[in-house]
Design a binder for this molecule. Structure first.
Ligand code: SF4
Length: 458
C-alpha cells in the first residue's frame, strides 16, 4: 500500500481525451509525447546517428491494443499531439492506409513513422505492470536510447526508473488515505466534504476556488456534449464487430413513453450508451475514472441536470463526492481493467456515481460511504473480456448497468441508518484489490477468455 496521503487532482481523474480507452489510448499517447520531448533533449550527434524510432507493446497493451487504437495513439503522441486537443477524426485517419508514413521532426532529422514502427509483442516481458510500452531510438539493430512506460489506468502513466514525486513534499491541509481518515478529518475540522476537497485541490494545484469550480463546470460540459453527440449519431461503430449504435433509438423510445419507471430507466440507459458509444467511436470523452467507464458518470450527471434539475453548484458538489471515491480506489487498489478486471473500471465508476447521487441529495458522509461501498460490492469479481479488444461488448451496455446499479446503491444506502452498514468502504476496496490480484490475467483486458471467445459467434 502507498503510505503517502492522497494527492491526486480532480483534473487528473476526470481527463478530457479521445476514446476508446484511457489506459490503451490516452496513456500511450501521453507516453509517446513524453518520449518525443526526451528525444528533443538528446545531443544532435545521437539524433543524426539514429535510423529509426521503434515502439514495442507488451501485456494487455499488446493483446488488445489494435482494437483500442493504441497504435494510432502512439503515432499521434510521437507527432506531438495531446489528448485534450486531439481531433478525433484526424486520430481515426492515422494508419488507415498502411503505406502512408508520418514524418516526425527531431532537431534536424525527420523520422518516418508508420505501421512498421509499432510492434505488438506476444512474448512474456518482465514488467511490474500489465500495460507496458518501450520506445527505442535505433541505429540499425542497435539501440541508442530507450524509455519504458507503464499505463496504469485512467490515462495515468509512470516512466521506468523515474523517482515517484516525493509525496511527503506535497502537502495538503487535510491529508487522508482511507475513508476512515477522511471522515475523521471532516469531523475534527467541521468541514463539508466539498470544502475539504476544495482546500486540498487548491493546495495541490495552486488554482483559486473560482478557477477550480469553472474547470469542473467545463468537465461536466465535455461529458454532456459526449452524451448529446451520442444521442444524435446513428450507424455502426468502427471495428470488425459491426455493432450498431443504440442510444438514439432508446432516447426516442423514452420520449414516446408517458412518465413511468420504465421511461426513467430508458432515459438513463440512453444517456450512458450515448457517451459510451461516442467513446467506442473514438470521440472526445472524459475519463470517469477511465474511458471504458466514461458513460456512467456522464449519464448520471446528465440525468441529474435534466430530470432532477439540479443547479451547477449541486452538480459540482456531487462531482467532489465522486472524485473522493475515485481517489480512494486508485490509491488503495487500482482503477485499471488490466489490473482489476472490470470491477476496477465500471465498479469504481458505479461507486463514484452512487456517491454523486447521494451527496447531491444532501445526505451525510456516512450515506455517501455506504452508497459507494454497495456500488463496489456488487461489481466484485467482474471480469474484463472485451470482444475483439474493442471497447464495445460488454463495455457499452455495462456502463448503463453500472449507472443503474449506482442509482440502486443510492436508494439502498439512503434507506435506514447508513452507519448500520456492516461493510466499510475501506474494507471493500481491500477486497477489490485482493480479488484483482487473484484474478487470472485471461480476464484482465487481454481478450483471451470469457465473452471475448464468443467473438466468432458475433
Ligand atoms: S470490459 Fe470493462 S474494464 Fe474491460 S475494456 Fe470494457 S469497460 Fe473497460
Amino acid at each position: 500500500m502507498n503510505n503517502s496521503p492522497i494527492t491526486t487532482s480532480i483534473f487528473d481523474l476526470f481527463k478530457v481525451g479521445p476514446g476508446p480507452s484511457s489506459s490503451h489510448t490516452i496513456g500511450p499517447m501521453k507516453a509517446a509525447f513524453d518520449f518525443l520531448k526526451r528525444l528533443e533533449q538528446l545531443p544532435e550527434s545521437t539524433i543524426q546517428t539514429a535510423g529509426s524510432i521503434q515502439v514495442y507493446l507488451y501485456g494487455s497493451l499488446s493483446a488488445t491494443g489494435r482494437g483500442h487504437g493504441t497504435d494510432r495513439a502512439l503515432i499521434a503522441g510521437l507527432l506531438g499531439w495531446q489528448p485534450e486537443s486531439t481531433d478525433p477524426a484526424a486520430l481515426l485517419a492515422l494508419l488507415k492506409d498502411p503505406t502512408v508514413t508520418y514524418p516526425v521532426q527531431v532537431g534536424e532529422r525527420a523520422f518516418h513513422l508508420g505501421v512498421e514502427t509499432i510492434h505488438f509483442e506476444r512474448k512474456k516481458y518482465d514488467s511490474p505492470y500489465a500495460n507496458t510500452v518501450v520506445f527505442k531510438l535505433m541505429d540499425g539493430e542497435n539501440g541508442l536510447y530507450e524509455e519504458e512506460y507503464y499505463s496504469i489506468g485512467g490515462g495515468f502513466i509512470l516512466r521506468k526508473g523515474e523517482e515517484p514525486a516525493d509525496q511527503s513534499a506535497i502537502s495538503v491541509p487535510y491529508p487522508y488515505q482511507t475513508m476512515k481518515e477522511l471522515k475523521a478529518q471532516l469531523k475534527i475540522h467541521n468541514l463539508t466534504l466539498e470544502e475539504l476537497m476544495l482546500a486540498n485541490e487548491t493546495a495541490l494545484t495552486g488554482r483559486s476556488v473560482k478557477q477550480i469550480s469553472s474547470r469542473i463546470d467545463l468537465i461536466l460540459d465535455f461529458m454532456h456534449k459526449a452524451v448529446r453527440r451520442g444521442l444524435r449519431h446513428t450507424g455502426t461503430l468502427p471495428g470488425s464487430i459491426k455493432l450498431r449504435r443504440k442510444a438514439p433509438l432508446l432516447f426516442q423510445q423514452a420520449r414516446g413513453l408517458v412518465q413511468s419507471s420504465d421511461s426513467f430507466l430508458i432515459f438513463l440507459n440512453s444517456y450512458c450508451l450515448a457517451a459510451s458509444e461516442e467513446n467506442a467511436a473514438g470521440g472526445i470523452v472524459v475519463t470517469a475514472p477511465t474511458s471504458g467507464a466514461s458513460g456512467v458518470i456522464p449519464g448520471l450527471t446528465y440525468l441529474a441536470k435534466h430530470h432532477f434539475h439540479y443547479d451547477k453548484a449541486t452538480l459540482r458538489a456531487g462531482m467532489w463526492a465522486a472524485a473522493a471515491i475515485g481517489f480512494l480506489v486508485k490509491h488503495n487498489a487500482s482503477i485499471s481493467g488490466a489490473e482489476m478486471g472490470c470491477m476496477g473500471e465500471i465498479g469504481t465508476a458505479s461507486a463514484m456515481g452512487a456517491a454523486f447521487l447521494t451527496y447531491c441529495a444532501g445526505k451525510p458522509i456516512e450515506a455517501v460511504e455506504a452508497a459507494a461501498e454497495i456500488g463496489i460490492e456488487h461489481h466484485l469479481g467482474m471480469t474484463c473480456d472485451p470482444i475483439g479488444g474493442y471497447v464495445q461488448i460488454p463495455c457499452i451496455e455495462r456502463n448503463a448497468m453500472g449507472a443503474v446499479k449506482a442509482y440502486n446503491a443510492f436508494l439502498l444506502a439512503t434507506a435506514g441508518t447508513p452507519a448500520n452498514q456492516k461493510i466499510s468502504l475501506d474494507a471493500v476496496i481491500k477486497v477489490m484489490k485482493a480479488t484483482g490480484r487473484d484474478m487470472s490475467t485471461k480476464y484482465k483486458e487481454t481478450s483471451e477468455a470469457g465473452l471475448a471467445l464468443s467473438a466468432t459467434e458475433c
